[in-house]
Ligand binder design. Structure first.
Ligand code: HEC
Length: 498
C-alpha cells in the first residue's frame, strides 16, 4: 500500500501526522473517505520526469549548473567545482527558471519588468525577452518542451507561450500569490502552489484549461472546526504521472487551540507547523486526488527535488536549514518510507537557507543557499528595518484606470476614508476602536493591499469584497451602505492598486 493515511514518523526530527479518519477541523477536500486505501502504485514509468517540468532556482547541466541569483539579479553558469564561469544580468528579484537542455535555452522570469528572458545557455547571452502579465515568477516547460508556462503573481495568471516564438497560446486565471509550478509528466495538467490560499490550483493543459482547487487537508485533533488554515505553499513537484508532493504550512490561531494534557502535563503544540501533502491522482491524471498529509521538521519547506535514479525526494527547510531525505517513495510501503526517512541539519556547515535544488546526472545534490550569518546584533536589526522600509512596495495588479480614478474619488470624498487612511501610506498611525471590536487597532497602511489578504488585524475579512460588503456593519469604519455595486467595484479597483 502506498501513502496510506495513518500517522507515521518521518526522520529523526519529524513527526508525521497523517489525517486520522475522525471529525477534525477545517474543511475536507472533495476526496474519498480517509479510510479508503489509496490506489495501488502506478507502474513506475521507464522515463523519469525531467526536471524541466518544475520551476526552480537551479538546473543541473552537463557542465555544472545554471543558477538564478535573485539578490544580484544574475543568471550564473557554475562549473562542477562550484565556480561561476559566466553570468548574464537578468534583474534583481528575478523569479524562477526552466532549462531546456536539448535546445540549450534557459527561460528566466523577470519579476520586476514583466518579461520572460530567453538565454542561450551555451553562449550565456540573452537572446530574447517576451512580455508577460504583471510579476512573472514560476516557469516550467511542458513535456514536449514546446510550451513555456509562466505564473504571474500580481496579475494571478498562468500563461502558456510558444517556446520558440514567445507567442501567447492561452492563459488561465489563478488564485492569489501563485509561486511554485509543476507540470505532470503525462502533460495533462499543471499544479500551481500559492503562499496565500492553502490550496493548489490544478490547471488542465487541454482547452478550455479549467482550473480546479485542491485544498490541503487540514484535519487535526487539536483544533476547533473552521479555525485552522493553511498557507505558505511553495514547493510542488510531480513524481510520476499520478503522484505529486507539495509543501505547506498549517496555522491554528492560538485562541482556538484545544488544550489537551498528556503524560507529564499539558502537551505543547506549536500554532504553525510545516507539512507535506502527498497527492495521488486518478489514472487519467485529472480529478480530485487522494491526499495524505505529513508534518515535517523542515521549516518553510519551499524547495523539493526528486531524484528518480535514487528513488528519493529531498525537501529543504529554508527556515530550519535542514534537509529531509525520503528514499524509496515510489516503491516502498508507508512503513518503508517511515523507516528510511532521515534528516540532515545543514546548519552544521553554517546557516544556509536552502532555497533551490537540483540533481546532477551523477546524482550529486546541488543546493542553492540564500542566507548566511549567525544571528543579528541590535544595530543590525535597526539597519535591517531601515532596509525593509526602503524596499519597493509590492507590485499591483492591472486594473482599468478609469475605474481606479472613480474609486479614488469615493475614497477621498464620499467614503470619508482619508480621515484615518491619510498620506502616502494611507495611515494616520493612530489607534481606533469600532463597534463589535474588543480591542483598538492601529490604522493599517493600505499599500500592497491586493497581496495582503486576509484583512483586519484578526484576518476576519477574507477578501476585499467581504471587507467592502461588511462596511457599516462589522467594523463601522465608514458607512458605505449608499454605494452601488458598481461603486464598490471601483473602490475595490482603487484599493487593489495601492
Ligand atoms: C475611523 C478611522 C477609519 C476610517 C474612517 C476608515 N478606516 Fe479603514 N481601517 C481603520 C482601522 C483602525 C483598521 C484596522 C482594523 C482592524 O485591523 O481590525 C482599518 C482597516 C482597513 C482595511 C484593512 C487593511 C488590512 O490590511 O487589513 C481596509 C482595506 C480599509 N480599512 C479601508 C478603508 C476604506 C476604503 C475606508 C473608507 C470607506 C476606511 N477604511 C475608513 C481605520 C479607519
Amino acid at each position: 500500500m502506498w501513502w496510506d493515511p495513518r500517522p507515521l514518523m518521518l526522520g529523526a526530527l519529524c513527526v508525521m501526522t497523517l489525517a486520522p479518519p475522525v471529525a477534525g477541523c477545517g474543511h475536507r477536500p472533495a476526496a474519498p473517505a480517509a479510510a479508503a486505501p489509496p490506489p495501488p502504485p502506478a507502474v513506475p514509468s521507464a522515463a523519469p520526469p525531467p526536471p524541466t517540468l518544475t520551476g526552480t532556482r537551479i538546473a543541473a547541466t552537463a557542465a555544472g549548473a545554471l543558477v538564478i541569483d535573485a539578490d544580484s539579479g544574475a543568471l550564473f553558469a557554475i562549473d562542477r567545482d562550484g565556480r561561476a564561469t559566466a553570468q548574464v544580468p537578468i534583474a534583481r528579484d528575478a523569479g524562477l527558471l526552466a532549462h531546456d537542455p536539448v535546445r540549450g535555452i534557459v527561460f528566466v522570469a523577470d519579476r520586476g519588468s514583466d518579461r520572460l528572458v530567453v538565454v542561450d545557455a551555451r553562449r550565456m547571452v540573452a537572446i530574447d525577452a517576451w512580455p508577460t502579465p504583471a510579476e512573472p515568477f514560476g516557469v516550467a516547460l511542458t513535456p514536449d518542451r514546446a510550451t513555456v508556462l509562466v505564473t504571474t503573481i500580481a496579475d494571478r495568471t498562468l500563461i502558456a507561450l510558444d517556446a520558440r516564438s514567445g507567442a501567447e497560446q492561452w492563459r488561465a486565471a489563478l488564485s492569489r500569490e501563485p509561486r511554485g509550478v509543476a507540470v505532470s509528466p503525462g502533460g495533462t495538467h499543471v499544479l500551481v502552489s500559492s503562499i496565500a490560499t492553502g490550496a493548489l490550483d490544478d490547471v488542465a493543459l487541454a482547452a478550455p484549461h479549467p482550473v480546479t482547487t485542491i485544498p490541503f487537508d487540514l484535519e487535526c485533533d487539536r483544533c476547533e472546526p473552521g479555525t485552522v488554515f493553511a498557507r505558505g505553499s511553495g514547493g510542488v513537484i510531480f513524481l510520476d504521472a499520478h503522484r505529486a508532493v507539495a509543501s505547506f504550512q498549517r496555522e491554528v490561531p492560538e485562541s482556538s487551540f484545544v488544550r489537551t494534557s498528556g503524560y507529564g502535563g499539558a502537551a505543547f503544540a506549536p500554532p504553525v507547523t510545516h507539512h507535506l501533502a502527498f497527492l495521488s491522482f486518478p489514472d487519467h491524471g485529472l480529478g480530485a486526488p487522494i491526499q495524505a498529509v505529513a508534518q515535517v521538521a523542515q521549516h518553510q519547506p519551499r524547495a523539493l527535488v526528486w531524484d528518480p535514479g535514487g528513488d528519493a525526494l529531498y525537501v529543504a527547510g529554508l527556515g530550519s536549514d535542514s534537509l529531509l531525505h525520503l528514499p524509496g517513495l515510489t516503491r516502498a510501503t508507508t512503513d518503508g518510507v517511515e523507516a528510511s526517512a532521515s534528516d540532515a541539519v545543514l546548519r552544521a556547515r553554517g546557516r544556509c537557507g536552502p532555497d533551490g535544488f537540483a540533481i546532477t546526472a551523477d546524482r550529486d545534490l546541488l543546493v542553492v543557499r540564500r542566507m548566511h550569518g549567525t544571528g543579528l546584533a541590535r544595530s543590525q536589526v535597526e539597519t535591517l528595518v531601515a532596509y525593509l522600509e526602503a524596499l519597493p512596495p509590492p507590485r499591483t495588479p492591472t486594473r482599468d484606470p478609469a475605474a481606479v480614478a472613480r474609486g479614488r474619488d469615493i475614497f477621498d470624498n464620499a467614503g470619508g476614508c482619508t480621515t484615518c487612511h491619510e498620506g502616502t501610506l494611507y495611515t494616520d498611525g493612530a489607534l481606533h476602536t469600532f463597534t463589535g471590536m474588543p480591542t483598538a487597532a492601529d490604522t493599517p497602511s493600505l499599500i500592497g493591499l491586493a497581496a495582503s489578504a486576509p484583512y483586519f488585524h484578526d484576518g476576519s475579512a477574507e477578501t476585499l469584497d467581504d471587507l467592502l460588503r461588511g462596511f457599516g456593519t462589522a467594523r463601522d469604519m465608514a458607512d458605505l451602505s449608499s454605494l452601488t455595486l458598481a461603486q464598490r467595484e471601483d473602490l475595490k479597483a482603487f484599493l487593489e492598486t495601492r
